[in-house]
Design a protein around this ligand. Structure first.
Ligand code: SF4
Length: 83
């Protein structure tokens, strides 16, 4: 009985994995979309790091292209800025 009460009071765990969004294949082929770190204002091309401190592992061009070709999805960064 005590365990059931504790289970109900436990807050929902935060999401641990990166979110991948569906990208239309027609849009991917038709438009030149700035969806990678390499297109972002916050990307330092010398160090290949994000100046905001985020991991570029999930949003670099090679990873984006690879995941799109495998699943039709991309891990689009919510903090990307384009000049
Ligand atoms: S803000 Fe996002 S897209 Fe821009 S460099 Fe950092 S991780 Fe990459």
């Amino acid at each position: 009985m005590k365990q059931q009460i504790n289970k109900k009071q436990t807050p929902k765990k935060p999401r641990q994995s990166i979110r991948h969004d569906v990208v239309s294949a027609a849009d991917y082929n038709k438009y030149i979309m700035p969806w990678a770190c390499e297109d972002c204002t916050h990307y330092n091309s010398t160090t290949q790091l994000c100046t905001l401190g985020y991991s570029t592992k999930w949003h670099n061009r090679e990873y984006q292209r690879h995941t799109f070709e495998l699943s039709g999805k991309m891990a689009l960064c919510r903090f990307q800025e384009i000049d």
